[in-house]
Design a binder for this molecule. Structure first.
Ligand code: SF4
Ligand code: SF4
Length: 285
């Protein structure tokens, strides 16, 4: 919703007198409300905010959409088998970052406001104050949803991965991995992209587009005639070690919010928590 899969950044055009002109693509944001964002979505958005808004360069396209976004989040009451947001510290409840947060109770929804925009919206509704019983039910749901089948392994992943660059495990995971890039395309924190020139049929102008890319595509590491990550094992290692190790230096935390989408969408059943566990077991050996 915020980092578009494909968008034009600028275009060039040859004018009648033969001069080349460059024009920045204008952003035309619409006000958008997302209803039903989960804790992992909100946590991922905060990471993307860091990347697109809080670095030396503020991305105007992301900013325009972010400034016009209203979020009604829903706390998770039942985790899926692939969820591990509790162990990344990002869920299952939304602590901040949304405008309004709903929790489904037996008797209806408990509504919590997190921003002034959310407050304005609720002022127009005739809601009842919640009871102590409903608050207690809310806490019980939170405790139940925090019990998740999956979790990150309990070792210092950040520093361990730095010392495992030549571990055989990268090759055994890569033997299954199709390098399809599904995991990166569904990951809510990934932001890799490529930029491409698309000529128009008039022969006088071209558009410059930004499109989602993946560290699993071979061309993504092509520089000056060399594909740096030519092996699938190198690409998987790049993805995992960036998400769970070098991401800390860039953004002060890991790049995983425990949403489990990469697990759900991997066509060969590679599970990121199991991949990380390989390094724990091998070190113990
Ligand atoms: S989705 Fe699975 S098979 Fe595809 S690149 Fe990711 S880990 Fe490899
Ligand atoms: S790495 Fe997988 S589990 Fe973690 S945020 Fe990305 S898609 Fe979700």
């Amino acid at each position: 919703m915020l980092f578009a899969a494909r968008e034009k950044l600028w275009q060039s055009r040859r004018s009648a007198d033969g001069q080349l002109c460059f024009e920045t693509a204008q952003v035309e944001p619409e006000a958008v409300a997302i209803i039903g964002a989960r804790a992992c979505d909100v946590a991922a958005m905060k990471i993307q905010d860091q990347h697109f808004l809080q670095q030396s360069f503020v991305d105007p396209y992301y900013k325009a959409r972010r400034d016009n976004l209203f979020i009604i989040a829903v706390n998770c009451s039942r985790p899926a088998a692939t969820c591990f947001c509790y162990s990344t510290g990002d869920g299952p409840f939304v602590e901040d970052g949304a405008d309004i947060v709903l929790t489904e109770l037996d008797s209806g929804f408990l509504v919590k406001v997190q921003t002034s925009q959310g407050k304005v919206l609720l002022e127009d509704l005739s809601l009842q104050a919640c009871t102590e019983k409903q608050v207690a039910e809310h806490e019980q749901i939170k405790a139940a949803a925090s019990i998740q089948e999956k979790q990150l392994p309990q070792y210092d992943i950040r520093s361990r991965l730095r010392h495992e660059l030549n571990n055989e495990a990268w090759h055994s995971i890569a033997a299954k991995c199709l390098s399809c890039g599904n995991c990166t395309l569904v990951c809510p924190t990934c932001f890799c992209h490529s930029e491409n020139e698309v000529p128009e049929l008039d022969g006088k102008s071209s558009g410059h587009y930004r499109e989602w890319d993946s560290c699993f595509s071979q061309g993504h590491s092509y520089i000056h005639g060399i594909t740096i990550q030519s092996e699938v094992s190198q690409r998987y290692r790049q993805w995992l070690s960036h998400k769970f190790s070098s991401w800390y230096e860039q953004y002060g935390r890991s790049g995983c919010v425990g949403c489990g989408r990469c697990i759900s969408w991997c066509p060969v059943g590679i599970d990121v928590t199991e991949s990380l566990a390989c390094f724990e077991e091998r070190r113990r050996d």
